[in-house]
Design a protein around this ligand. Structure first.
Ligand code: ADP
Ligand code: MG
Length: 587
């Protein structure tokens, strides 16, 4: 942290501490609620803002935390600290259950399931006599730390904010880590993350559980603050409000959660005073205002308000990277047979045979070009090798081991590194962090380690490894630039560096020259030659005939899903059948 942001954080902490000491009761109460809401919104910043998964059901998880402790402490006199553990266990089980039934499905199943979960739990709370029905439960004991009772709201404030700050700290740690980079990569589908070995469906569930646990903690705190619970604050309305807080604050930083919780709480307070006077009657009109604000925000400030505030705080300079020992490397003994063997691979889309029993080998240390006119089946072949599509029949072997129809993250684990035809970088993240994502499989730190910041040694090695991959492709000058700020040609090279950071046995490049200018193509060709000189095996799927001629050892030509020819570039160039098909006989 630099001087500027230290002052900013220091000033904020000073305000936080001053509120319970000097402010009137009303502000202490508001401060408490803002803290409670921030904890829930924080989970949503991670889940919705960063990972791109919407949940309307967070209020129900808050309710689960609140009701668990309300019921057990009033009925059985269980210690509140024990009920916290039980509530967390119950919440984790519930979130895992919802996660497992919805998260493997594509589309809007998670938001829908969370709405259903939110509504049904609300009615469970309301209709169960043992939970006090709609009138709720009273007599919840105050929290005590030893003999020190937290009955007073001013004292309770410190507990709420200590927990909120701890949650902010660990979530911030998490975002800046191996699993954190993988979580960022989930937004917009699993394909990119899985190419680096991330089990997308599993990670999504982990994030969902993390967010649910934060909500549960907030609920537990709430129950012991109010000393009374009823179903109202845990309904779907509140679930939408939590989501609104996360969206308003923004996903750029964990502080967006605090900002969103503060703004919405203050605004609601204001609107509840002002709207009845303006409209001459009472009702939940603030919800209408919130709805309108939400639409405006999504139109004009998709990233939320935090980025605007962040601009006022001077950016801290990233620390220089220290020399580090390399991460564990792959066993490089060449396989007895070919590096990659495609055996009668077939893919049918209904009646259309996109790839028709294609067979070819890729030898160790070779650059093979897979070329053909548009619609020949190159991308489909690429997808069959990388695992994005499953084979209709046939087989694909990597280093002699069958990888056909396996999920992409398992194929990545066996040594396949790839780039994307349409560049898939995380635009706001630095080049360094983007490339570090490539080294995902070479690290082991999980969510818990990262959140507790116990991963720093491995993290430093990962960053150093990423910096070496970036140096290898000649982009060291852009280490700390946002990946999205680079021109397309450089972004494609960043993708190659990211694939190299995985220490792949085989590099699969999908139309790397598409959209590049002449000079950029030459730079790319030089890079591919130098990688080959270092012993890398590369499969290049390419449409650009001139480009492949200069860099490949051999070519496989496809047409209408079939192999039309195979041979040295010079032979292929002379082959009349290839000229006929590929060039339309024009040359
Ligand atoms: P290339 O990459 O060589 O241009 P593709 O592999 O993209 O060719 O496509 C081969 C054929 O398969 C084309 O006729 C294309 O329309 C068809 N195809 C590709 N993907 C699908 C899909 N998901 N569903 C149906 N048809 C597809
Ligand atoms: Mg294609």
């Amino acid at each position: 942290m630099n001087h500027g942001s230290r002052i900013a954080v220091g000033a904020m902490l000073a305000v936080c501490v001053a509120v319970p000491l000097f402010a009137p009761q009303f502000w202490v109460t508001l401060g408490n609620y803002i803290g409670l809401y921030s904890i829930v919104a924080l989970g949503l910043v991670l889940l919705t803002g960063v990972a791109g998964q919407t949940s309307f059901g967070q209020a129900a998880f808050v309710g689960l935390g609140a009701y668990t402790t309300a019921y057990l402490t009033t009925r059985y006199g269980t210690s509140p600290w024990a009920t916290l553990g039980l509530g967390l266990a119950l919440t984790a089980a519930m979130a895992l259950f919802i996660g497992f039934i919805t998260l493997r499905m594509k589309g809007h199943y998670l938001p829908l399931a969370t709405i259903a979960w939110g509504i049904s739990l609300y009615y469970v709370f309301g209709n169960l006599e043992i939970l006090g029905g709609h009138t709720g439960m009273t007599g919840i004991p105050a929290l005590a730390i030893g003999d020190f009772e937290l009955k007073d709201e001013r004292r309770y404030y410190f507990l709420i904010w200590a927990i909120a700050l701890a949650a902010l700290w660990s979530t911030r740690n998490l975002l800046d880590s191996r699993p954190g980079r993988a979580i960022r990569a989930l937004k917009g589908g699993f394909e990119m993350a899985e190419a680096f070995g991330v089990d997308g469906a599993r990670l999504k569930i982990v994030v969902f559980v993390y967010a649910a646990l934060l909500a549960c903690v907030s609920g537990w705190l709430y129950a012991h603050l109010q000393r009374f619970v009823n179903p109202t604050p845990f309904g779907i309305n509140q679930g939408i409000e939590y989501l609104f807080m996360a969206v308003v604050g923004g996903a750029g930083s964990v502080w967006g959660a605090v900002l969103g919780a503060t703004l919405i709480t203050l605004l609601k307070e204001l609107l509840q005073d002002v709207l009845p006077v303006l409209l001459g009657r009472t009702g939940n009109f603030e919800l209408v205002v919130f709805g309108i604000l939400m639409v405006l925000l999504l139109q004009f400030a998709r990233e939320g308000l935090w980025p605007w505030i962040a601009r006022l705080v001077p950016r801290s300079r990233p620390p220089p990277l220290a020399e580090q020992p390399p991460l564990p490397a792959r066993d490089r003994t060449p396989p007895a047979g070919p590096m990659l063997a495609v055996r009668a691979a077939r893919k049918q889309f209904g009646g259309l045979v996109a790839v028709n029993d294609l067979t070819f080998d890729l030898r160790c240390g070779e650059i093979l070009g897979l070329i053909g006119p548009n619609g020949a089946g190159k991308s489909t072949t690429f997808a069959l090798i990388s695992g994005a599509l499953t084979l209709t029949s046939g087989e694909v072997l990597l280093r002699g081991e069958s990888i056909g129809s396996r999920p992409p993250f398992e194929i990545a684990r066996r040594g396949l590194g790839r780039t994307f035809q349409h560049v898939r970088l995380i635009a706001q993240m630095s080049v360094l962090d983007n490339v570090a994502l490539g080294a995902y499989l070479r690290g082991t730190s999980g969510v818990a380690r990262a959140a507790a910041r116990l991963d720093r040694a491995e993290e430093a090695r990962t960053k150093a490894e990423a910096a070496r991959a970036i140096a290898r492709v000649g982009l060291s000058a852009h280490l700390h630039d946002a990946a999205g700020s680079l021109p397309l040609g450089k972004q494609r090279i960043v993708e190659i560096a990211r694939a190299l950071a995985a220490d792949p046995a085989l590099l699969l490049l999908d139309e790397p020259a598409a959209g590049l200018r002449y000079l950029e193509k030459q730079e790319l060709a030089a890079l591919l030659r130098s990688l080959k000189a270092e012993g890398m095996t590369i499969l290049l799927v390419e449409h650009d005939m001139d480009f492949v001629m200069g860099v490949t050892d051999r070519l496989v030509v496809m047409n209408f899903g079939e192999k039309l020819a195979e041979g040295l570039p010079a032979e292929i160039q002379r082959d009349p059948a290839v000229r006929e098909a590929y060039l339309g006989g024009a040359v």
